[in-house]
Design a protein around this ligand. Structure first.
Ligand SMILES: Cc1cc2nc3c(=O)[nH]c(=O)nc-3n(C[C@H](O)[C@H](O)[C@H](O)COP(=O)(O)OP(=O)(O)OC[C@H]3O[C@@H](n4cnc5c(N)ncnc54)[C@H](O)[C@@H]3O)c2cc1C
Length: 500
């Protein structure tokens, strides 16, 4: 429970800044491990899950590296490196375990409100792409995490798998696809809302909307003081917390800088915006059931290669193509144009300039995307769906991602495309930067927060016992994961109503 020592502001055990999937997941896990912890959630907007975690702002791919070709780079000797793919797949398994336990315990209700089986497919055209895809499938087939991945270069079978993409596809070019039936589409917005509904029903958790954290400082008593502005009244108040998680998405970098912890030194951010083409013709949407990823275009950021995706959003089946990457200086979709300039300080100016100089190609690519006409965008769609009619598609704005710029010893400022948890040495504060693989790794991120910020409690018998129920795959070594992966995945699928 929150306490209020004489004359002071109330003290909470945990302050979660931002009401997206990351805070929701960490909050839900902490509540299960330690029901008596007092928590406050501080969200600047008037609803939860309205930034990147909203289903319309992200692609909803349960990232398992089944279809995303950027997770399996080709080495100089022509072999395929599957280490990143295995890591991403294992992280998503943790999310599935957690959701299954939360469904079983009644917290998440009907899993069809947020999770659906949708085959994950990679699609390539041309001899070089077909050869790559074949070698990739062969390399992945040695890992139990990818059991069931199928390769096909037979046009008749492909036309059966992907009827919409073969409408109007003429010519005799060689093409191929891989298919994984264990792929998923996740409505991270619906999931986040459900997790917060459950959290807010507890007497120890307080959910504050339109509460913007403007500053935070650590005092000699070891407590963090968060300066919080009520955006309705304009009034400021102080919240004191023993532990702070900055799950503020694009807003996290600014708050991390304000915290002045030494670990924050040298970090910068580079925003990448996005847009989708949304199909407004249900007869077209009904003829496609897959998430189909292609090969990234030269110079494009790895997470921005367009894909043709079946989605289930708010219970409705949708078809989206994108995201088309773009550039805006905002760090949040509902942020300020001054976000990027305000994030620059003496500590990160040099790394940011160095990263900019190293990524001139990327800047050119993003600028090109911003300037693309609607016709050019529909042309990109026709590479997937040649018979696409302009009138069936409308442009909608996706979420913002802020890629991490990091000062690497000996390398200078480096632009990263992953996610990075920054925590202070005594474990009283952690912040999550970056957005890829993103929401799919929320459980892995929460577990890392526990390891780095609550190591003693985590090692204790109580937390370990609870975690074995909540996330059965947590802590499994590589070999154990290999032997148990199939059985764990099948058990989750039964609870979550998935095909595999
Ligand atoms: C175009 C796009 C496609 C993506 N596709 C996928 C995908 O297919 N699969 C996947 O797994 N991930 C995907 N992601 C990434 C995923 O959406 C994010 O990693 C994830 O939603 C981040 O969750 P979060 O809780 O950290 O941030 P958010 O959901 O953005 O939540 C942060 C919250 O913090 C609030 N906030 C910010 N500053 C403050 C402040 N000062 N005080 C109080 N509140 C504050 C914001 O209003 C917001 O509500 C995609 C992202 C984008 C943009």
């Amino acid at each position: 429970m929150s306490s209020s020592p004489a004359g002071g502001h109330p003290v909470v055990d945990v302050a979660l800044v931002g009401a997206g999937i990351m805070s929701a997941t960490l909050g839900a896990i902490l509540r299960r491990l330690e029901p008596g912890l007092s928590m406050v959630v501080l969200e600047r907007l008037d609803q939860v899950a309205t930034e990147s975690s909203s289903a319309w702002n992200n692609a909803g791919t349960g990232h398992s590296a089944f279809c995303e070709l950027n997770y399996t780079p080709e080495r100089a000797d022509g072999t395929i490196d599957i280490s990143k793919a295995e890591k991403v797949a294992a992280q998503f398994e943790l999310s599935r375990h957690f959701w299954a336990s939360m469904v079983e315990s009644g917290v998440l209700g009907d899993p069809r409100r947020f999770l659906h089986s949708v085959p994950h497919m990679s699609f390539v055209v041309g001899a070089e792409g077909v050869d790559f895809l074949h070698r990739r499938c062969e390399a992945l087939s040695h890992s139990p995490l990818f059991a069931g991945l199928q390769f096909c270069d037979d046009r008749r079978v492909l036309a059966d798998w992907l009827p919409l993409m073969f409408e109007g596809r003429e010519g005799d070019e060689v093409l191929a696809a891989t298919r994984m039936d264990a792929g998923t589409d996740v409505d991270f917005g619906a999931l986040t809302k459900r997790l917060f509904e459950s959290l807010a029903s507890s007497s120890t958790v307080s959910l504050g909307l339109e509460q913007e954290v403007r500053d935070l400082v650590r005092k000699d008593d070891g407590l963090w003081r968060l300066k919080v502005r009520d955006r309705r009244s304009g009034e400021d108040r102080i919240v004191r917390a023993r532990f702070v998680f900055i799950g503020a998405g694009g807003g996290a970098l600014r708050l991390l800088e304000r915290s002045e912890i030494p670990e924050a030194e040298g970090y910068g951010g580079f925003p990448v915006s996005g847009q989708w083409l949304r199909c407004n013709n249900p007869q077209v949407s009904a003829r496609h059931r897959a998430k189909v990823y292609g090969r990234p275009v030269e110079g494009s950021p790895p997470m921005s290669m367009p894909h043709l995706d079946t989605r289930v959003i708010d219970g409705h089946r949708e078809l989206l193509f994108g995201p088309y990457a773009g550039f805006s200086t905002r760090f949040l979709k509902r942020g300020s144009l001054l976000d990027l300039p305000r994030s620059v300080d003496l500590g990160n100016l040099l790394p940011m300039l160095e990263a900019g100089a190293d990524n001139v190609g990327l800047m050119g690519y993003l600028l090109g995307q911003v300037l693309e006409s609607r016709e050019e965008r529909v042309e990109a769609l026709r590479e997937f769906y040649p018979a696409a009619r302009d009138a069936d598609w409308e442009l909608v704005v996706a979420g913002q991602r802020v890629q991490v710029i990091k000062d690497e010893p000996g390398r200078g400022g480096v632009l990263e495309f992953g996610t990075e948890l920054v925590a202070c040495a005594d474990g009283s504060l952690a912040a999550l930067l970056g957005a890829s693989p993103g929401a799919s790794t929320a459980v892995a991120v929460a577990l890392e927060v526990l390891e780095r910020c609550f190591p003693e409690r985590l090692a204790g018998a109580d937390w370990q016992a609870e975690l074995r129920v909540l996330v059965p795959g947590h802590g499994l070594g590589r070999d154990e994961l290999r032997t148990r992966c199939g059985a764990l995945r099948a058990a989750d699928a039964r609870v979550l109503g998935l095909d595999a």
